[in-house]
Design a protein around this ligand. Structure first.
Ligand SMILES: [Zn+2]
Ligand SMILES: [Zn+2]
Length: 309
């Protein structure tokens, strides 16, 4: 069993002193609708539900694809790939990367590179999505469809790019979501003929299980960058605008404790206290119990004490 080493690029909560990487000025906040047609197409695909409706079975499938892929992003892309907050096998690392990629938010190297850059330059003009500098729309959505952010920041993810299977997933980031979409369509079409009492169809499972679920997941993820840096409470005096918010934490499976996270990014637990609900951490704890992951990092006592002062 090959263990993945932890030569992590977990970042510090302070602003980077290196300002050589300039951010976008207002004039440079460009959008490229043409190359983002697939991204826009996923949003447009939601309109299919106006025609198919949403059966209880399709709603269950949509919720399932939402929650599993959400963990792929929060527990996989964010807490594992960006911050290396726990260890696992190379095989399970690939599972996490594939489940995260199925959310159609590009590959693990692209996602981790931009996020590590965000922690280095949080809420400065160099940050790719600072709502206080570039506006709420840009922080939520605009930066994703800006042509300047298409490239993978490979210089920030050397620990990840040494794995050829992760590089492949990053290069072919459409593979996992396309397979999911086709699989759901095929399942729905098969059930329409073989289990008509479920009252579903290929088009319905495609619309609800993929298009609607993926679109919701986009905006849940983006809300951490937009709302998580504008609305809520700052427990820690970090040199950024990160906030803690219960509602955001409930919607994002624990990512809403974003001020905690900016204070100590290496922790697999973002709800630092028992009353701070963090669903992603609970799943990581279960995975640790069954031995799939280990060395799960938590905030040190001094950080917890600091938060209660
Ligand atoms: Zn942040
Ligand atoms: Zn982070």
């Amino acid at each position: 069993m090959e263990t993945v080493s932890d030569n992590s690029a977990t970042t510090t909560p302070t602003k980077a002193s290196n300002r050589q990487e300039t951010g976008h000025t207002a004039e440079e906040q460009r959008t490229d609708w043409h190359t983002n047609l697939p991204f826009l197409g996923v949003h447009a695909g939601c309109l299919i539900v106006l025609w198919t409706g949403i059966s209880p079975f399709a709603a269950c499938i949509g919720l399932t694809t939402l929650l599993i892929r959400m963990f792929g992003l929060t527990g996989g892309y964010h807490r594992y790939f960006c911050h290396r907050s726990y260890k696992t096998t190379r095989a399970f690392q690939f599972v996490l990367a594939t489940v995260g990629a199925a959310a159609a938010q590009k590959g693990p190297l692209w996602w981790a590179g931009h996020h590590r850059h965000h922690h280095r330059h949080s809420d400065t003009p160099s940050d790719v999505h600072p709502p206080g500098v570039k506006g709420f729309y840009w922080a939520h959505f605009g930066w994703v469809i800006c042509p300047d952010n298409v490239r993978t920041r490979t210089e920030l993810v050397p620990d990840l790019s040494r794995f050829p299977e992760l590089r492949w997933l990053d290069r072919h980031h459409y593979a996992a979501p396309v397979c999911l979409a086709l699989g759901l369509f095929g399942l729905g079409a098969w059930l329409e003929s073989n289990a008509p009492h479920l009252e579903t169809s290929g088009w319905e499972l495609l619309a609800v299980g993929f298009f609607l679920s993926t679109t919701l997941l986009y905006h849940i993820t983006f809300a951490v960058n937009s709302i998580g840096h504008t609305i809520g409470r700052q427990r820690y005096k970090t040199q950024d605008a990160s906030r803690n918010g219960l509602l955001l934490a409930l919607i994002t499976a624990g990512e809403g404790w974003h001020n905690n996270h900016h204070r100590y990014p290496a922790s697999a637990r973002q709800g630092f206290y028992w009353w701070e609900i963090d669903a992603t951490h609970y799943v990581i704890v279960v995975l640790a119990w069954i031995g799939v992951v280990w060395n799960v990092r938590t905030p040190p006592l001094e950080v917890l004490d600091e938060g209660q002062q």
